[in-house]
Design a binder for this molecule. Structure first.
Ligand SMILES: [Zn+2]
Length: 297
C-alpha cells in the first residue's frame, strides 16, 4: 500500500505571525483564544503550532503526501483575510502537495461572499471549516445559506464542523443542532458537503426512513477522532454509509494523543488506523486518498 498518496483532508496551519504573537491575536478573537490557549496543567487538548514547511517535513517522515488546509472560523475579518493570504502563499509554493479551503465567517455577509470569490480565484478548492458555534449562527441562518448557495454555484465543497450532541463538555464544544442540516442536504442534492468529526453522528441518522439515500453528496471526515470516539467508530461508519464517503482527516497539529506526545505528530493516528481500524486494502486506499481527491478538484 506504499504506492498510495495519502491525503490528510483536515489540517489547520495558521500564519506564524498569529501564533508567535498569540496574546495579541487572542485578544482580537475570543473563539480563537478559547480553542487554542495552552492548558494550564500541560494536559488536556492543545494545539501544536507549525508552519507549512514544517508540516510538510512531518508529513514526509510519516508517509503522508498531501495536506488540505482547512481555514478557521474567525470573528475578525482582518484575521480571516490574513489567514487566507497565508494559505494562498502555501498552495502557490507547493501546488502538488497542499490544498486549501477558504476561511470564512458567513456573518460577515457580503464580506464573506467577496472573500470566497477572491480566494477561489487564487486556487482554493473548498470553503471551511465553518464553525457555527464559534461564529454565533445556526444552520437556519440566511447568511449561512448564502455561503452554501455560492458553493453550489461554484461547485466546490464546504467543510462544516459538526459537534456531537452527547459526551463530555470541553472548551469550544459546538452544540449547534444538526437537524436543519439534514433538511438542507435533502433539499440540495448537488451541494457538496464534508461534515467534519464524523458529522457529529449523522451517519446513524442517514438510516432514517425519510433521509435514506439522500446523502450521496455528503462526505464525513474523521478529524480529531482519537479525542472524540473509540477507533471502532470508523468501521461502524463504513457499515452505515459505505467505504466511498469516509475521508481521512486528522485536525493536525492538534494533539490527538496528548498523553503520548506533546509535539505535532502525524504518525500516531496513522498507526492507530492501520492497526485498529480494520480497513481492507481497498477501503484504506479509498479512505486515505482517492475519496478525497475525487471530491475536490
Ligand atoms: Zn472541527
Amino acid at each position: 500500500m506504499s504506492d498510495i498518496h495519502i491525503w490528510d483532508s483536515h489540517v489547520h496551519l495558521f500564519p506564524p505571525e498569529i501564533y508567535r504573537n498569540w496574546d495579541k491575536y487572542a485578544g482580537k478573537d475570543e473563539t480563537f483564544a478559547l480553542l487554542t490557549k495552552k492548558s494550564p496543567n500541560g494536559k488536556g487538548t492543545e494545539e501544536a503550532w507549525v508552519d507549512y514547511e514544517e508540516a510538510l517535513a512531518i508529513a514526509d517522515e510519516s508517509g503522508v503526501y498531501g495536506l488540505c488546509m482547512q481555514g478557521w472560523y474567525w470573528n475578525d475579518e482582518g484575521l480571516m483575510r490574513l489567514h487566507n493570504d497565508y494559505m494562498a502563499e502555501a498552495i502557490e509554493k507547493h501546488p502538488d502537495r497542499l490544498k486549501a479551503f477558504i476561511s470564512v465567517n458567513p456573518k460577515f455577509g457580503w464580506g464573506a461572499l467577496s472573500e470566497i470569490e477572491r480566494c477561489e480565484n487564487k486556487g482554493f478548492c473548498g470553503i471551511g471549516e465553518l464553525g457555527p458555534g464559534g461564529n454565533g449562527y445556526d444552520f437556519e441562518d440566511p447568511d449561512f445559506h448564502a455561503v452554501l448557495e455560492m458553493a453550489e454555484t461554484l461547485d466546490i465543497p464546504v467543510n462544516i464542523h459538526c459537534g456531537e450532541a452527547v459526551g463530555h463538555f470541553y472548551a469550544g464544544k459546538d452544540t449547534t443542532s444538526l437537524s436543519p442540516l439534514a433538511q438542507i442536504i435533502s433539499n440540495h442534492p448537488d451541494l457538496k458537503l464534508i461534515l467534519a468529526h464524523l458529522g457529529g453522528g449523522l451517519p446513524f441518522y442517514e438510516m432514517n426512513r425519510h433521509m435514506f439515500g439522500k446523502f450521496s453528496n455528503v462526505r464525513y471526515d474523521m478529524a480529531a477522532n482519537p479525542l472524540l470516539y473509540n477507533i471502532r467508530v470508523l468501521r461502524a461508519v463504513i457499515d452505515l454509509v459505505g467505504e466511498d464517503r469516509l475521508l481521512f482527516g486528522s485536525d493536525f497539529p492538534l494533539l490527538l494523543y496528548p498523553s503520548r506526545t506533546r509535539k505535532a505528530d502525524m504518525s500516531l493516528f496513522l498507526e492507530d488506523i492501520r492497526e485498529n481500524a480494520g480497513f481492507s486494502d481497498e477501503e484504506y486506499r479509498k479512505i486515505m486518498s482517492s475519496n478525497f481527491l475525487s471530491f475536490v478538484r
